[in-house]
Design a protein around this ligand. Structure first.
Ligand code: PEP
Length: 256
């Protein structure tokens, strides 16, 4: 599977630990109606693990892609609480988020663990939205790119020999902007996306596009100026992805 299905914007919803099975199914069905008319955008959604099977079933035959909010690096065995790639593929899940800041900070997932999860998932055929981003103190001390690079480079190194960087989507999410209502400025987003793009170019051919999404309090009020930036290929959206009325306008903006 390749993450690049053309050069469409990816508008991805991370539903986190919100929406149970019925509510996920209902929102997925509403989005399904919307996806048929999209020309420049793709919808990707990451419901809770419990709602994945029902959601893929509700979206069968549609262009919307369903992803898991995390994935195990190992194929099977004694890994209590984890979900394997094969289990996800059996229910038509086609991508996974890896390294979300909530996993890194609240559940202490290390850089090495995140890289192992992403590498294992890609190797077994999933696409991965790999989340990177700096804390407020790291931003203020001027070490944003150092931090982002330390999170991303080991994965690019691991993927470089088998060409599977094509299965990768990056989500740049400043930790201080996630769920806080504080959006990074367009200058901050443009600069970090350009730096990530430059880092990626050391591992890819000019034809290989690795989409770089921005995430952090994206709403219809700020998205137009973000999606207009160079090297921004879409958004990873938390809060505003939970309601059709807030998510649909992001797609309208992406379609302009
Ligand atoms: C996220 O969880 O990845 C996210 C960006 O959340 P929010 O849009 O709510 O800031």
């Amino acid at each position: 599977m390749t993450a690049q299905t053309g050069k469409k914007n990816i508008i991805a919803g991370n539903w986190k630990m919100n929406l149970g099975l019925k509510a996920s199914e209902a929102l997925a069905l509403t989005l399904r109606g919307l996806s048929d008319n999209l020309k420049k955008s793709e919808i990707w959604i990451a419901p809770s693990a419990i709602a994945l099977a029902a959601t893929t079933q509700a979206l069968k035959g549609s262009a919307i892609r369903v992803g898991s909010q995390n994935v195990c690096a190992q194929k099977a065995g004694a890994f209590t609480g984890e979900v394997s790639v094969a289990m996800l593929q059996e229910i038509a899940v086609s991508f996974a988020l890896v390294g979300h800041s909530e996993r890194r900070s609240l559940y202490a997932e290390s850089i090495d663990q995140c890289v192992a999860r992403a590498f294992g998932a890609i190797e077994q055929g999933l696409d991965v939205v790999f989340c990177v981003g700096e804390s407020l103190s790291e931003r203020e001390s001027g070490s944003t790119f150092e931090v982002v690079s330390a999170q991303l480079k080991p994965l690019l190194e691991a993927l470089k020999n088998n060409g599977s960087v094509r299965s990768l989507v990056i989500a740049y999410e400043p930790v201080w902007a996630i769920g806080t209502g504080k959006v990074a400025t367009t200058e901050q987003i443009a600069e970090t996306h350009r730096d990530i793009h430059q880092l990626l170019s050391q591992y890819t051919t000019p034809e290989t596009v690795v989409p770089i999404l921005y995430g952090g309090s994206v709403t219809a009020d700020n998205f137009a100026s973000i999606i207009a930036l160079e090297h921004v290929s879409g958004a990873l959206v938390g809060g505003a992805s939970l309601l059709y009325e807030k998510f649909a306008p992001l797609l309208e903006i992406s379609e302009l």
